[in-house]
Design a protein around this ligand. Structure first.
Ligand SMILES: Nc1ncnc2c1ncn2[C@@H]1O[C@H](COP(=O)(O)OP(=O)(O)OP(=O)(O)O)[C@@H](O)[C@H]1O
Ligand SMILES: [Mg+2]
Length: 371
């Protein structure tokens, strides 16, 4: 029997649960021409929400989806931006192609045919000048106007844009986007600190530009219903009690709920509470090489010691006794460590963000450099 649970890839349609109020909210903002910024921890379901939104409203809007993850240079970003904006539009509004070509004439952009036979856009110079960069960010509005539909430009993992082009680039983006009436923007990302500084601090380049939306856990009852229904449609059965334990094990992360449910389905078609423990362990095991990479990327012994300490004692005040017990030197050391780990998105308010990373830290027999 095929396993009905999906983790690790974007989910939509029958695999997608909840988020109705977020979807309504997003739709309303877009209709009002207001841009949105979606914050959440990793694996909370940002990309899935965006994909489901695009699936549902494909007829109403022109969607442009840009995943900037892994983009390394300014040119690459500009070309990708221009290309996605034009490709999606041209495929939808072929009859506007010639007026579009008119629009693009005389800018630093050149229309090309890609290897796949699609229309693409290229920068004509290796080092784009400011006015050429401006042109690129004018494209959404121009094309939306031509097509007489609202264009929704979604930039997923937006924090990476800031790392590629620096403050100057995102300032340019804002200076253009803020005049757009037919193009609306949705930014999303998981590096809360970086995004907050762009969108919510006074000096931030996008201060007050977008409505913030935070994704939190999918409510337990909704998720339970989904698990039970998936189990039964795959020919198995899941009790309410076991479903509750699975959702709780996920610690609020849809990714982990699905992962544990997937492992559970491998174990039994009508699982017991004990089976859930085995499924949890199996999930930790599957993640262990990813966690080991994170662990090894934390170079400082003191940082490692702190991570282990808060994994083992999650709800303990981190005062003098705690610092002594874990040989963390001094309160000012701890405060510096916290700042740095928070910046990396590993901890938040003195707790480990990812509940399965915390679980792994507790069970993986790691050394804290004192033995
Ligand atoms: N609405 C949902 N219904 C069911 N499962 C979901 C939902 N949203 C997310 N998931 C589960 O969580 C996983 C991660 O979702 P997704 O990739 O959308 O998150 P993300 O926040 O974009 O993650 P990342 O920060 O890694 O990009 C999915 O593979 C799926 O298993
Ligand atoms: Mg994502």
């Amino acid at each position: 029997m095929q396993n009905p649970f999906v983790y690790g890839s974007v989910v939509t349609g029958p695999d997608f649960v909840g988020r109705e109020s977020e979807i309504r909210d997003l739709r309303m903002s877009i209709r009002n021409g207001k841009s949105t910024v979606i914050y959440s921890d990793r694996k909370m379901g940002k990309s899935s929400l965006l994909a489901e939104f695009m699936r549902r409203y494909d007829d109403d809007f022109i969607f442009v989806y840009l995943d900037t993850y892994g983009i390394t240079g300014l040119n690459e970003f500009l070309e990708k931006f221009a290309e996605e904006v034009t490709r999606h539009s041209l495929s939808k509004v072929r009859r506007f192609a010639s007026s579009f070509l008119e629009t693009i004439k005389g800018t630093g952009l050149r229309v090309i045919m890609t290897d796949e036979g699609e229309v693409g856009v290229e920068l004509t110079s290796a080092r784009p000048r400011q006015h050429e960069i401006d042109e690129v960010f004018e494209l959404p509005e121009k094309i939306a106007k031509l097509s007489r539909k609202k264009m929704v430009v979604i930039i997923d993992e937006f924090q990476d844009v800031a790392s590629v082009g620096g403050v100057q680039l995102i300032k340019t983006m804002r200076s253009k986007f803020q005049w757009h009436k037919n193009a609306v923007y949705v930014f999303s990302g998981s590096r809360r600190h970086m995004l907050m500084s762009i969108f919510e601090e006074h000096e931030g380049a996008f201060y007050k530009f977008a409505r913030p939306m935070t994704l939190s856990a999918i409510p337990t009852d909704e998720f339970k219903g989904y698990l039970v229904q998936k189990y039964s449609s795959a020919g198995g059965s899941l009790s309410d009690e076991v479903a509750t334990k699975v959702v709780e094990a996920g610690g609020g992360y849809p990714y982990y709920v699905q992962h544990v449910a997937y492992e559970l389905f491998q174990i039994s078609m009508s699982p017991t509470l004990d089976d859930v423990d085995a499924a949890i362990q199996s999930t930790v095991d599957h993640q262990s090489s990813a966690f080991m990479n994170i662990w090894e990327s934390v170079r400082s012994l003191l940082h490692r010691r702190y991570l282990l300490a808060i994994a083992r004692e999650p709800d303990v005040p981190q005062g003098v006794a705690f610092i002594e017990r874990h040989a963390l030197r001094s309160p000012s050391h701890v405060s510096r460590i916290r700042t740095q780990l928070e910046k990396r998105g590993l901890t938040e308010k003195g707790r480990i963000v990812d509940p399965f990373f915390a679980r792994w830290l507790r069970t993986a027999n790691l050394r804290d450099g004192r033995e």
